[in-house]
Design a protein around this ligand. Structure first.
Ligand SMILES: Nc1ncnc2c1ncn2[C@@H]1O[C@H](COP(=O)(O)OP(=O)(O)OC[C@H]2O[C@@H]([n+]3cccc(C(=O)O)c3)[C@H](O)[C@@H]2O)[C@@H](O)[C@H]1O
Ligand SMILES: Nc1ncnc2c1ncn2[C@@H]1O[C@H](COP(=O)(O)OP(=O)(O)OP(=O)(O)O)[C@@H](O)[C@H]1O
Ligand SMILES: NC(=O)CC[C@H](N)C(=O)O
Length: 583
């Protein structure tokens, strides 16, 4: 069996920064060449970043991507890397009208290309376009209808792009029909908790269907609400997992694979789904297995809490850095939400870049102030106290507010204060709202909901507690000081906007609330189904009503990292003005 040494660049492309991404391709290709690879692969839309959203509809952006691709091929050759074939994603356009789509020639396509010896030797477009959940690729792209097969060193390698392997048939079946010895899929597959198990099952099944090993290369990093966890996989046709990349970390995975020898090409082969075979012969003798085959092996798997926490850190770091900021600002109340956000921020960008303000009012308890100061002491982040009492008194004197208006004023003064410091000092504000609060509208519009990015907006309150406990335990395991004061974790959550207020005055107990939310939001179960499952009809009616009437607040909330199958963002698009009240 001929051997191929593959290099999988599990890396982080930046949306819109084509020249940076091209530099990255050169840098990682150099390392792949030094490791003796015969083929190096990069993720879906590597050159432009993923997802590009409506940038795909800008002709200038599509042309910049296409031009950069050609220049990259030339540059790789100039830099002595031309002999190593490079597979990467780029934004392209269709050469001809797409039948039955109503889309003319020149429409954008989610493409991949093969670069070799200074030239673009093969190009093709994604065949299946995802159009559900966070994806709406039909809005942007027209599909491709080609199966690209590279022949190199006596092996036929069929190529696919992400959704191509999520749908039955298509390039997976076509790879088998074309007699491929390897199926290589490049991906931009966003993180969701538990999606790693789904991907592993999928990749294993598709390898069996293709009848050959399947290489699944995913990107890492984050783009706005989406996080990319890497977790690249190599599975053989019998379902054995040969390689599993690390999660959330950039990594060059080098591996030797013994693969079936390519057969004589069959002319005029008809492939399923109307795919047309385009074979590119890159040459090279069949190579024997090296005396010491290399493999990165299988990266260790971590607990759910560790994985989710890492996802939140990845999303926060990427948002801050990619938007050109160095530092963040957080209102630190002594409560668990802002404490967890502060811990995430410290892990993402370093304590020296995290600025926190305690903003006590007359209702703030001494323990809250102490807990906030204690977290600052433990982590070493920048901490100051600014009382909102004088501003509050000035408003009250002018407006004479009462009840909810008086309560919300405190939250709004804090929001204004944070934005003022953000303007003055250049930090971006992190919003501390969690998914349970966002679900039921338990936050003050233009108050505690201000901010640029909400690191825990997709995390239910019950999970917030688990993550805080996990982070502290992790610190102990590493021999470090746990960042979050124990009292912050153990005390009952309170907004402290009036005397002795606790969240359970207005909301069901968080465990119950989160269970009902999980059924209604994630599970899309109707009110009657949830009641039939044994939940108190009064609680269910209340929760459903709160969720339905809080859409306007969620739409005004900052973006934040998606970790669930259904985040409040593109995953769940409901009308704001909506008189349907039956769950
Ligand atoms: N459909 C719609 N489209 C656009 N705007 C709409 C609207 N419905 C109401 N509004 C407007 O929204 C405003 C009412 O919302 P808002 O001012 O936020 O006030 P509201 O939602 O009435 O009150 C805030 C709630 O959040 C709780 N809270 C506040 C702060 C922190 C925490 C915490 O523990 O984390 C909890 C607080 O105890 C209270 O229960 C009004 O101006 C109203 O006119
Ligand atoms: N005294 C305070 N000092 C600084 N920030 C505050 C203060 N009180 C509230 N905040 C800010 O407003 C957010 C909402 O806080 P609140 O205490 O009302 O509810 P919470 O959702 O329980 O949050 P937390 O668990 O962080 O206290 C806090 O996360 C924090 O960012
Ligand atoms: N980029 C894509 O095509 C992603 C779609 C795919 N179903 C995934 O979530 O991984």
């Amino acid at each position: 069996m001929p051997n191929l040494r593959l290099a999988l660049s599990q890396i982080d492309p930046w949306v819109g920064d084509i020249s940076r991404n091209a530099d990255e391709v050169v840098r990682w290709t150099k390392q792949a060449a030094e490791a003796g690879a015969q083929l190096v692969a990069f993720p879906e839309l590597m050159l432009t970043g993923y997802p590009v959203e409506d940038l795909a509809l800008r002709r200038s952006f599509v042309e910049a991507s296409r031009t950069a691709l050609v220049e990259l091929a030339e540059r790789l050759a100039t830099e002595g890397l031309g002999e190593l074939p490079v597979v990467l994603g780029y934004l392209g356009r269709s050469e001809r009208d797409v039948p039955r789509s109503g889309r003319p020639a020149g429409s954008p396509q989610n493409c991949a290309a093969v670069l070799h010896r200074g030239k673009v030797v093969n190009r093709f477009a994604k065949h299946y376009l995802p159009n559900y959940g966070v994806f709406d690729e039909y809005r942007y792209f027209v599909p491709g209808n080609q199966l690209s097969v590279l022949r190199l060193h006596g092996v036929d390698v069929a190529l696919a792009i992400c959704e191509d392997i999520w749908q039955d048939g298509g390039r997976v079946t076509a790879a088998r029909e074309a007699g491929a010895g390897l199926l290589l899929s490049i991906n931009g597959s966003p993180y969701e908790h538990n999606k790693d198990d789904i991907r592993l099952e999928l990749v294993t099944r598709r390898a069996a269907e293709a009848g050959c090993p399947l290489v699944y290369l995913n990107m890492v990093g984050a783009q706005d609400e989406l996080i990319f966890d890497g977790d690249s996989l190599v599975v053989d046709a019998d379902g054995e997992v040969l390689v599993r990349g690390p999660k959330f970390e950039e990594s060059l995975l080098i591996l030797d694979l013994d693969l079936p020898a390519a057969a004589d090409p069959t002319d005029g082969l008809l492939l399923s789904d109307g795919l047309q075979l385009v074979r590119t012969d890159l040459g090279g003798e069949a190579l024997p297995a090296p005396a010491e085959p290399v493999s990165p092996g299988i990266a260790p798997q971590v607990s759910d809490e560790a994985e989710i926490y890492q996802a939140l850190v990845t999303g926060t770091r990427a948002y801050v850095r990619k938007n050109g900021f160095k530092s963040v600002l957080i209102g630190l109340s002594g409560g668990i939400d802002s404490a967890l956000v502060a811990a995430i921020a410290v892990d993402a960008i370093g304590a020296e870049n995290v600025h926190c303000v305690s903003m006590p009012s007359r209702y703030s308890s001494q323990h809250s102030r102490d807990d906030a100061a204690e977290l600052a002491r433990r982590t070493g982040l920048n901490f100051r106290t600014v009382s909102i009492a004088p501003m509050f008194d000035a408003y009250m004197e002018s407006l004479g507010l009462t009840g909810l208006a008086e309560e919300n004023l405190q939250s709004r003064l804090r929001g204004t204060l944070l934005m003022a410091l953000s303007n003055q000092e250049g930090h971006i504000v992190l919003a501390p709202g969690n998914k349970s609060e966002l679900a039921v509208g338990y936050s003050t519009l233009y108050g505690d909901s201000v901010g640029a990015y909400g690191p825990i907006k997709d995390v239910y309150k019950s999970l917030i507690f688990r993550l805080a406990v996990w982070r502290n335990e992790e610190a102990v395991r590493r021999g470090e000081t746990p960042p979050i004061p124990e009292n912050t974790i153990s005390k009952p959550p309170s907004a402290e906007l009036r005397p002795d207020q606790v969240d359970t005055d207005s909301l069901p107990d968080y465990d119950l609330l989160d269970t009902v939310l999980d059924l209604y939001v994630e599970g899309d179960q109707g009110r009657d189904t949830i009641v039939a499952a044994g939940f108190d009809p009064e609680v269910v009616d209340r929760v459903v009503r709160l969720v339905d009437t809080a859409e306007y607040k969620r739409r005004q909330y900052p973006p934040g990292p998606k970790i669930s199958a259904k985040g409040f963002g593109r995953d769940r698009r409901l009308p704001i003005t909506n008189r349907w009240r039956r769950g």
